[in-house]
Design a protein around this ligand. Structure first.
Ligand SMILES: *Cc1c(COP(=O)(O)O)cnc(C)c1O
Length: 380
């Protein structure tokens, strides 16, 4: 049987324990039994978000939570700032423009981090700004900005700070309250190690005030309804019941490992992955000073077809990496170290990368990536 190792930044590997949990019989959602699950999920998510804010549960992919953030916070003609340094920052821009916000785009070169000082400047020249949209881990480039510094820049203004933590949550630290992140959106199929289908939105009191003022029409994603329902330990519509039940186990797994231990595990895997790639002549795509722990994006060597590389790894050997998006198609490969992965998964991924790169004529010493990664893994 061919393996199916997902070293992709979502969906991620679902560990056997959670596969079993996903197979549990469905219970009715308007019952005390299900409410018990909701309660545990909300408590667990608050711990992972490091927040005391409200958390709302939506049934959608991660982008649904992004859309919910926009329709609930932004009214037509409002000024907003959207940081665009990759595919997901661009999604914020597109969402804000779709709902006719006066969208100030802070363009950042792919692979570089947005700067808090730049955001501060934009806020000073546009004091009417209602919201600032950023990405915790820009999955297309492998960049994590200094969210804490950006939070400092936004906190004393009228604007709320909205963070897309879909790929980052439970992988790359976010201290929602301490860093003044008013709204944080995430999903079930990345760091939380489950199938896609649930998305989450946390909202601070400052965000809730804006949610109540928004004049944008909304129905399914109306967070005012989510808030009302949540106060009764309920959801406005039928949620993805099976995923929510399994999420109780996922959050318990995180609790058992300890969030900080888990974050440290990913940082360690990221370091080893980078050392391995660099040892066979692959250069990091993002600026190393802002490289995320969620995934490693590296440049495909000149003369190697990046799309063929990832296709061969997947179709011949059952190991899936992500390729590049947009103008990086074929030029970048992305290896995630998030979700239910340990050091042997990383070593397996690197071994396969070596094998196929070697077959494709890239010159390096076979085993060099594994040696470097092993050494890095053994450094505590
Ligand atoms: C995966 C991802 C999303 C959401 O994607 P969906 O396909 O809608 O789940 C949003 N932002 C980032 C940074 C992501 O990595």
């Amino acid at each position: 049987m061919k393996r199916n190792l997902l070293l992709t930044p979502g969906p991620t590997q679902v560990p056997p324990k959670l596969c079993a949990a996903l197979g549990k019989p469905i219970i009715h959602h308007r019952t005390p039994q299900f409410q018990d699950n909701i309660k545990q999920v909300v408590e667990g998510l608050k711990e992972v978000h490091q927040t005391k804010n409200d958390i709302y549960i939506l049934t959608s992919s991660g982008s649904g939570a992004m859309e919910a953030a926009v329709v609930n916070l932004v009214s037509q003609g409002d000024t907003v700032i959207a940081v665009d340094g990759g595919k997901f920052g661009e999604r914020w821009v597109e969402l804000c423009q779709t709902y006719k916000a006066n969208t100030i785009i802070y363009k950042v070169q792919w692979g570089k981090a947005p700067q808090a000082a730049e955001i501060k400047k934009l806020l000073t020249s546009h004091p009417e700004t209602k919201a600032v949209f950023i990405t915790l881990a820009e999955t297309s480039t492998g960049v994590t900005p200094d969210v804490k510094a950006i939070g400092e820049a936004v906190k004393d203004t009228k604007a709320v700070l909205v963070v897309d933590a879909v790929s980052g949550l439970a992988v790359q630290e976010i201290k929602t309250d301490e860093w003044h992140c008013d709204v944080v959106v995430s999903g079930s199929h990345k760091g939380l190690m489950l199938s896609p289908g649930l998305a989450f939105v946390s909202a601070s009191p400052k965000a809730i005030a804006l949610i109540n003022q928004s004049t944008t029409p909304r129905y399914y994603f109306d967070l005012r309804e989510c808030k009302k329902a949540m106060e009764k330990v309920d959801t406005p519509f039928t949620p993805a019941i099976g995923i929510l039940i399994a999420l109780v186990d996922s959050l318990n797994m995180i609790k058992k490992e300890g969030l900080q231990n888990m974050l440290a595990r990913y940082a360690h895997l990221a370091k080893a992955t980078r050392a391995g790639c660099q040892a066979i002549g692959l250069t990091l795509f993002p600026d190393p000073s802002c490289a995320t722990n969620v995934l490693t994006a590296v440049n495909v060597p000149v003369g190697v077809d990046g799309e063929k590389l990832t296709k061969t790894m997947r179709d011949t050997y059952g190991i899936t990496f992500a390729g590049g998006q947009d103008h990086l198609k074929g030029k970048v490969i992305r290896m995630a170290h998030m979700g239910a992965l340990d050091e042997y998964d990383i070593l397996t991924g690197l071994a396969c990368l070596e094998k196929v790169l070697h077959q494709m004529g890239h010159k390096f010493e076979l085993g060099a990536a594994l040696t470097a990664a092993q050494k890095a893994l053994n450094q505590k």
